[in-house]
Design a protein around this ligand. Sequence first.
Ligand SMILES: Nc1nc2c(c(=O)[nH]1)N[C@H]1C(S)=C(S)[C@@H](COP(=O)(O)O)O[C@H]1N2
Ligand SMILES: [Mo]
Length: 202
Amino acid sequence: MFRSKAERKVQEAGYDPARLPPGQYLTEKWPVLHAGSVARYDDLTAWSLRVFGEVENELELTWEEFNALPRSSNVQDIHCVTRWSKFDTGFDGVHWRELAKLVRPTSAARFVVAHAEAGFTSNVPLSHLEDEHALLATHGDGEPLTPDHGYPLRLVIPGKYFWKSAKWLRGIELTSVDRPGFWERYGYHNDADPWAEERYSF
Ligand SMILES: Nc1nc2c(c(=O)[nH]1)N[C@H]1C(S)=C(S)[C@@H](COP(=O)(O)O)O[C@H]1N2
Ligand SMILES: [Mo]
């Protein structure tokens, strides 16, 4: 009937077991996972978000300027490569399209490197950031992000293992060639599709 005990638990929790990617299990709480330490901000006066690289108009937004942009929200399932999945996670923030209008990507722009505090990076094709469900999120499950979950701003890349979704986001770099990010250089799969179990590159 079920591919696994994990799928049966999903059914028992009242969800369609087809929502659970292979090798994952459902968790009800929201786990915290990252390398290194949590970025702390006493205030956001020194905070900025840089958008640079293959764009016609590089930009550096203050927290106030970022929050003046039109907002979007969505709900999605998140899947960590360490095998937990959390369903129906709500995010609020700003969609990339609002920044794209301001920076105007060049015709050479095809990939993204997300830059976070302390040198963490993640890479995706630009099409993943353009996805309707992608977000530069300030809120998770209706609340401002906690420091653990990436306050004040994190990326949300839908349909990929959650390591692509950089917490403590400080920059979006558009590039013409793909450049592996932090976990990708560490041996994680470049494409990170949970449905294909693209966990590791070895
Ligand atoms: N800056 C930063 N962002 C990061 C990471 C990290 O190490 N540093 N880890 C990633 C991984 S592996 C996962 S699963 C998610 C976890 O997000 P959460 O702690 O909000 O659940 O953050 C991602 N974003
Ligand atoms: Mo992860």
